[in-house]
Design a protein around this ligand. Structure first.
Ligand code: SF4
Length: 478
């Protein structure tokens, strides 16, 4: 089938409306800081780079100091960005080259920039565009994926995709388009699970509409995706019959099943499935969420095991498949995933009427534009500090509550310096999984006197599906 290429102007108009805040995500004050940050961003997230650069620039603020820097000192400062030995060597070489050839200043000439240590064509384009306003369209992994999914290019390499995009879009739009496509790739057109149902480009996108194979994943998306169903849940279902013997490996799902009157069909749970409390006496435990006793599960003969991708390792699903036990895996990273999860569980368990009112209430609560509120950090562990990143369920709850979730994605370990560099305006200390208490709240309040530090109900905040409404109410009440 031959498909007409989507209109570039229409695509950019919609991206402009969807991401009015699209901009360079690397914190920098001048061309020198940008070129350093861009070198560090290779194989590393921008959030992690932004945590690293404040200390680096405090110690080595310009090309002259970097040219003289001891390699081991630079390595320590940039270690968390990965490939730190090579990057440290390149940064020192960069400082020396800038001093020797350009009087310590970053040149605005593509050839001179590209000749600097650690600066390839992509880095040169990023620096030219963001530091000097020179139109350029550096194709990174997000742009490569999104452009090909949208049918803007079929080219097999980033360089050729860049050439296609530069042909399609006016030169004066390149810088803006670069940021918009990256934002779209990060927030909507995820590598593994694009949120086509929520995508403002769906009707223009041959991949989202299932007209072509996804060039990234190599599969054709189902029509249900474009009909408004989340890909976060359906694609994880292996096999479902009419389950009468359900085993839940997810604490909040266990609670949800009881809320839906399915306690009599529950044949097993993990030791962390402790709500409501009485199920500890009536439903047998099969061990932990990460390492359940597979022999015990087999003996309980469930006709459905419910999993969640963050909660349970994929090896558990693989072992269940080997044992020929049907399983269903959810993947909950947003409130929208909860809506899809409720709908799907209601359908699969034969209880759509139980799911419907909650789905409707949650959909209504998501309507309306969210303001971009205070920078909020949700900590989930101490010694070492760990946070829940912007791409987690907790991060999305914060977003829906009007906050701007900060920190690296997923569940990163943060050093004390990382915490300081994040400079949160709001800190949340849930009472689980770590048992944060008043003493921790007081300690952090002293450390961040200008931040609002809240000790909050951990179950309301982290038990998706069974307590999503409570989580939204809690966050919005802060
Ligand atoms: S419809 Fe889906 S595949 Fe297409 S751009 Fe949107 S999220 Fe990506």
């Amino acid at each position: 089938m031959r498909l007409s290429r989507p209109a570039p102007g229409e695509i950019q108009a919609r991206l402009r409306a969807a991401y009015p805040d699209a901009r360079c995500a690397l914190d920098h004050r001048d061309p020198f800081q940008l070129v350093v940050a861009t070198i560090l961003s290779a194989q590393c997230t921008d959030a992690r780079v932004n945590l690293t650069t404040p200390a680096l620039f405090a110690r080595f603020p310009d090309a002259a100091s970097l040219a003289e820097a001891p390699q081991d000192e630079v390595e320590v400062l940039i270690k968390s960005t990965g490939f730190f030995r090579n990057k440290a060597k390149n940064l020192i070489g960069l400082g020396q080259a800038l001093m020797a050839r350009h009087g310590g200043l970053v040149p605005a000439d593509p050839a001179a920039l590209g000749a600097l240590p650690g600066v390839g064509q992509k880095t040169a384009n990023v620096v030219l565009a963001n530091a000097f306003g020179v139109p350029a369209l550096a194709v990174d992994t997000h742009i490569f994926r999104v452009a090909r999914r949208l049918g803007l290019s079929k080219a097999p390499t980033p360089e050729k995709v860049e050439a296609d995009l530069c042909r399609l879009f006016p030169r004066e739009d390149w810088i803006e388009l670069h940021h918009q496509l990256i934002f779209h790739g990060r927030r909507t057109c995820d590598a593994r699970r694009p949120d086509c149902a929520a995508c403002s480009l769906l009707d223009l996108c041959p991949t989202g509409l299932g007209k072509i194979k996804d060039p990234h994943l190599g599969v054709t998306f189902e029509a249900s995706v474009s009909a408004g169903q989340s890909s976060a849940v359906t694609s994880q279902i292996q096999m479902i019959g009419s389950p009468q013997r359900i085993l839940s490996l997810v604490p909040s799902v266990t609670e949800l099943l009881v809320q839906w009157g399915l306690a009599a069909r529950l044949v097993g749970r993990t030791r962390y499935c402790i709500e409501p409390r009485w199920i500890r006496n009536t439903v047998p435990s099969v061990g932990g969420t990460k390492d359940p006793d597979l022999g015990r599960i087999r003996d309980l003969a469930p006709d459905l095991v419910i999993l969640e991708r963050d909660e349970n390792p994929k090896e558990v699903a693989e072992a269940l498949t080997a044992l020929d036990i049907p399983w269903l895996a959810l993947e909950i990273r947003t409130v929208k995933d909860c809506i899809a999860g409720l709908r799907e569980l209601g359908h699969r368990l034969g209880l759509p009427e139980a799911a419907a009112p909650r789905v409707a209430a949650l959909e209504a609560s998501l309507k309306g534009r969210r303001r971009k509120g205070p920078r909020a950090l949700a900590l989930i562990w101490k010694a070492p500090w760990m946070s829940a990143g912007p791409d987690t369920y907790l991060g999305d709850l914060l977003r829906q509550g009007g906050f701007t979730p900060i920190g690296p994605d997923r569940y990163p370990v943060l050093s004390d310096d990382d915490l300081d560099a994040l400079a949160p305006e709001v800190i949340l200390l849930p009472t689980e999984p770590y048992r944060f208490n008043r003493r921790h709240q007081t300690e952090l309040q002293k450390r961040f006197p200008n931040a609002a530090v809240h000790l909050v109900d951990g179950q309301a905040l982290t038990w998706y599906l069974s307590r999503t409404e409570a989580g939204l109410d809690l966050v919005r009440s802060l």
